[in-house]
Ligand binder design. Structure first.
Ligand code: NAI
Length: 242
């Protein structure tokens, strides 16, 4: 029970890595707040995770975030963990990318993380404790063909992480990031088959990662086991960059 009685908000928790994280956190005793834009998927997720709660949140809409935060504070009186996991892709090469594609990805992946952190952190500061884990990516370290918008957002998330780690650390709030390689979720399964096979070949473990493997990293960084870890961007990619 590594998260016993901790109240954890996980954005984008209705599917993929976020859902696996919600399941893992619940197994470890956390009260899991599933915050996601997809109402049907949120309800389906809550049905599968004992003790979890549904919040229809669009991370680009501060009113929806504030409503969820207020309700969680009213019900539980605390927020111990924020997992800024929601993210999207809209890929195109630089010359083909539309402004709408650029803006959509920056809005969710970058501004969404800012929005959630800014509305949750005051409660953590008041309590003098908290742990935030942000979803970056290996693409946020090395860049990637066809992902101008996504790479910029994920580089930016590492910038947030290192900045907030300095601003909040002395006040009891740790901030870290996870940089997954390529993980078998809907996001990655949408990629062409030949590119997926090439990624498997380039990873030194010879395969894609699983959502559960990333959930375990969120768990470690969120938990007190990582009590002296602050401001890191932890890569979990099977060594794809070696
Ligand atoms: P996914 O597409 O399987 O799930 C994303 C979830 O976020 C969905 O439930 C979706 O409804 C929700 N979501 C999307 N926009 C939202 C919004 N505006 N507000 C609230 N919720 C929203 O994605 P996956 O693969 O689980 O990715 C999770 C995070 O991990 C993302 O930030 C992604 O960029 C990052 N990541 C994923 C990798 C992968 O290989 N799958 C690799 C590196 C990073």
């Amino acid at each position: 029970m590594r998260l016993k009685d901790k109240v954890a908000i996980i954005t984008g928790a209705a599917k993929g890595i976020g859902f696996a994280t919600a399941q893992r956190f619940a197994q470890e005793g956390a009260k899991v707040m599933i915050a996601d834009i997809d109402p049907e998927a949120v309800n389906a997720a809550v049905d599968q995770i004992p003790g979890s709660e549904a919040y229809e949140v669009n991370v680009t809409d501060r009113v929806s975030i504030q409503a969820a935060v207020d309700q969680i504070m009213q019900r539980h009186g605390r927020i111990d963990i924020l997992i800024n996991n929601a993210g999207i892709t809209q890929d195109a090469r630089l010359v083909k990318m539309t402004e709408a594609q650029f803006d959509a990805v920056i809005d969710v992946n970058l501004k969404g993380v800012f929005n959630c952190a800014q509305l949750v952190v005051p409660h953590m500061l008041e309590a003098g404790r908290g742990s935030i884990v942000n979803a970056s990516s290996v693409v946020g370290i090395y860049g990637n063909f066809g992902q101008t918008n996504y790479a910029a957002s994920k580089f930016g998330v590492i910038g947030f992480t290192k900045t907030w780690a300095r601003e909040l650390g002395a006040k009891g709030v740790r901030v870290n990031a996870v940089c997954p390689g390529f993980i078998a979720t809907e996001m990655v399964n949408a990629m062409p088959e030949n590119i997926l096979r090439d990624i498997e070949r380039r990873s030194w473990l010879g395969r894609l990662g699983t959502p559960e493997e990333i959930a375990n990293i969120y768990l470690f960084l969120a938990s007190d086991e990582a009590s002296y870890v602050n401001g890191v961007a932890l890569e979990a990619s099977g060594g794809i960059s070696l």
